[in-house]
Write a protein that binds this ligand. Sequence first.
Ligand SMILES: Cc1ncc(COP(=O)(O)O)c(C=O)c1O
Length: 442
Amino acid sequence: MAYPLSRPEISPEDITAVNEVLKGPVLALGPRCEAFENAFAEYIGTTYAVAVNSGTSALHLAVRALDIGEGDEVITTPFSFVASANCMLFERAVPKFVDIDPETLNIDPSRISAAVTEKTKALLVVHVFGQPCDMKRIEEAAAEYDLAIIEDACEAIGATCGGVKVGTFGEAAAFGFYPNKQMTTGEGGMLVTDDGQIAELAASMRNQGRTRRSSWLEHERLGYNYRLDEMSAALGLSQLSRIDSILARRAQVAAWYRDALGEVPGIEPLAEIEGTTRSWFVYVALLEKGHTRSDVMELLENWGVACRAYFPPIHLQPLYRDLFGYKIGDFPVTEDIAGRTLALPLQFAREKRRRVHSRATRALHQVRRRRRGDNPTGRRICPEQFMRMISAARRTSTGGARIWWAARRRSRPRPAFRWASPNTSLKSSARSRCTRTRRPPT
Ligand SMILES: Cc1ncc(COP(=O)(O)O)c(C=O)c1O
């Protein structure tokens, strides 16, 4: 794919940092991991950080450290990556879904009360697409029903709510460093907390149940191998040292998208929520109701622009339908939003942005026109190819100029063109196959 949905920013310093580890004897459980944990805790503003091998592992350890177990209910969102609910299933606890707020796309705090039962033990909130949840109202609900809060901040490093970084609100929070995230360690994650006991438990469970006191073959509790290796930790440390500039660049690309797509009817950028700063994970736009997302996606993919329908609702995943009997209509806001989101690549290079933005805008325009019946032929060639055909046509004595000007007169009603297959030789297609047809009556 010419323009992938995400691409990690790896600098020469990152490569040097990883190479340095490889030159030494310690590839796991070494000083880089500890340095990364200290730097991360300082960046987020928590007392402790425990490095692990994925965001999912961090979520699982948070659930276990809070002693959430069989039959306990945890209130969470159905609009997220599946790991944020699976981490409850690992412990035979029950994710109790609550529909989302259509503005933030996060759990709707006003619906929490209705979902609380005597089995409810915690709230697991997800800062979806890097947008912080309404943490004031989440904290109020948690206090009212005496519930613990776990933050899934896997997509939200550096995001703030009321000037405070996400990850500092709950009893524990999870961050993820998969390569599609704002910063990466390859695979990797981090659990952060202010609670010394949670930190100690998590550190022990990630390392096969060993503790700082125990010998290598002594295991005090059930544990896992969720350790982060030294190469990943070195990469994380190096990436973290420039996280603010990475986030600023992503925000800049998001602003370009907002401007470019702002002119396209039928698409809304995500809402900007007062008192919060989003950390840009992917650029997601919302299509208007009835917009044919699959057509837009097909066009973009044909033009080399990766895109994704983020997120399919968790409750409609086959596993959740089987386990809990969920069906379409159970969480209507989530289902509506999930049917209209379109995630687009966050590219950094200035020269590439024009192409990605213009293709995205063009695809949206084109599908909308096709849907309204303005363009029944549906031109299915990429913009570059279109321009090459135009140039070829211009070189011929007849027809070229007409085509050129027709294509430029965007604001006025345009004749519909029927293009030859893109495989046809450009010259012959321009000269003879590019036939003008009458616009059908509306
Ligand atoms: C909201 C959310 N939670 C959890 C995860 C899981 O993180 P990981 O893939 O590092 O296990 C992800 C990953 O994409 C995520 O987006």
